[in-house]
Design a protein around this ligand. Structure first.
Ligand code: ADP
Ligand code: MG
Length: 355
């Protein structure tokens, strides 16, 4: 693009931010600076006054440890906003934090924010409204798999097809893209959270031990897998024995955890198969070269790429820094607005949040 001094000057005085409002993590990317916020999407609230007590990391530390007066919640479920006011407050807090980090007072930011594929007009509108009322001057929406593909460096503008699978906390999004458009997409309401629940259930059924979800998540990070590991491992887990009511610790192996995770990993495999079924043959041929790119935190599950590759007969690889692909993709649109704004999606006129 030709250098335009006026744009350059304007750019100096406006704050452009990309936001990945995820079920599990919220990330904020400031144009020219990079990722400045990367925190869990948790909020602690005083039940009576509805006042915000803590946000992000600080709130997550409180999970499972609060008294009756305080609740710690994640305002997004299955990838979409379930608690509007809380989402708004959380965004306001994060956008406020970005402003605090700037040296001179700047006008309100222009925002590019991700939305899952295939959400309703009302759900889209909720994200737009939350962004606007938490301080944005202008808000643009981008479908998360498209942003993830941009962030992962996939050549989605080319004729050749590419495929991305973004496995987040609440959802798994599958998209096949070519010539800048989404050809086939699937959105599955299964992701990392479901895996954590499966570990909790498994340990409860097999050992009569009740463990917290945060502990289950750590078990998943440490020894969870979707394919046999070269060396199987074990970890100790602590919880409450449901029969005796007493604290107890047990040892659990990666083989057991893989069994616990088998239904969520299988449903992810099946959803991708299902999407592939609909892909036109020319693009299938492209995918045999380009493979499938995995993004999102769930893609870090050990052996997931091997498992998918084994079942789908395609090369499967994990994007570099998979947790930040969406926000980096949103940031790229702000860096090159004229070139990449065609990837943004609009809102239908007249759609309202309150239906
Ligand atoms: P979202 O877009 O919904 O906010 P993220 O892309 O941030 O989700 O991914 C969060 C999910 O990734 C969580 O379920 C988390 O437990 C999972 N995750 C993060 N790191 C790992 C890991 N090393 N192994 C398995 N799962 C992981
Ligand atoms: Mg995500």
């Amino acid at each position: 693009m030709a250098f335009n001094p006026l744009n350059w000057l304007l750019g100096l005085f406006s704050l452009d931010i990309g936001i990945d409002l995820g079920t599990a993590n919220t990330l904020v990317n400031v144009r020219g600076k990079g990722i400045v916020i990367n925190e869990p999407s948790w909020v602690a609230i005083d039940k009576r006054s509805r006042q915000l007590l803590a946000t992000g990391l600080e709130a997550r530390e409180m999970v499972g440890r609060t008294s009756g007066a305080i609740v710690v919640v994640r305002p997004l479920h299955d990838g979409v906003i379930s608690e509007f006011e809380i989402t708004e407050a959380m965004l306001e807090y994060f956008i406020g934090k970005v402003h605090e980090q700037t040296v001179v007072p700047l006008p309100r930011p222009r925002v590019v924010i991700g939305i899952p594929c295939g959400v309703t007009e009302v759900e889209k509108r909720a994200v737009y409204d939350a962004s606007m009322s938490s301080g944005a001057r202008e808000t643009f929406l981008i479908e998360e798999p498209v942003a993830a593909a941009l962030g992962a460096g996939l050549p989605i503008g080319e004729v050749r097809g590419s495929m991305i699978v973004d496995i987040g906390g609440g959802t798994t999004e599958v998209a096949v893209m070519a010539m800048g458009g989404v050809i086939v997409s699937r959105s599955l309401r299964v992701g990392g959270d479901e895996m954590d629940e499966e570990i909790v259930q498994f340990v409860r059924n097999k050992y009569n031990l009740l463990i917290g979800e945060r502990i289950a998540e750590q078990v998943k990070w440490n020894i969870g897998s979707a394919f046999p590991l070269p060396v199987e491992k074990t970890v100790e887990v602590r919880g409450r024995n449901l029969v005796t009511g007493l604290p107890e610790s047990i040892e659990i192996s990666s083989v057991e955890v893989r069994e616990a995770l088998s239904s969520s990993t299988q449903v992810i495999v099946n959803t991708i198969k299902d999407a592939l079924d609909e892909v036109p043959p020319e693009i299938v041929a492209d995918l045999m070269d380009s493979g499938i790119c995995l993004a999102g935190g769930g893609s870090l599950l050990l052996g997931l790429a091997e498992r998918l590759s084994d079942e789908l007969n395609l090369r499967v690889w994990v994007a570099e820094d998979p947790l930040t692909c969406v926000v980096r993709g949103a940031g790229m649109v702000l860096e090159d607005f004229p070139g990449l704004s065609r990837y943004l999606v609009g809102l239908e006129r007249g759609s309202t949040r309150h239906s």
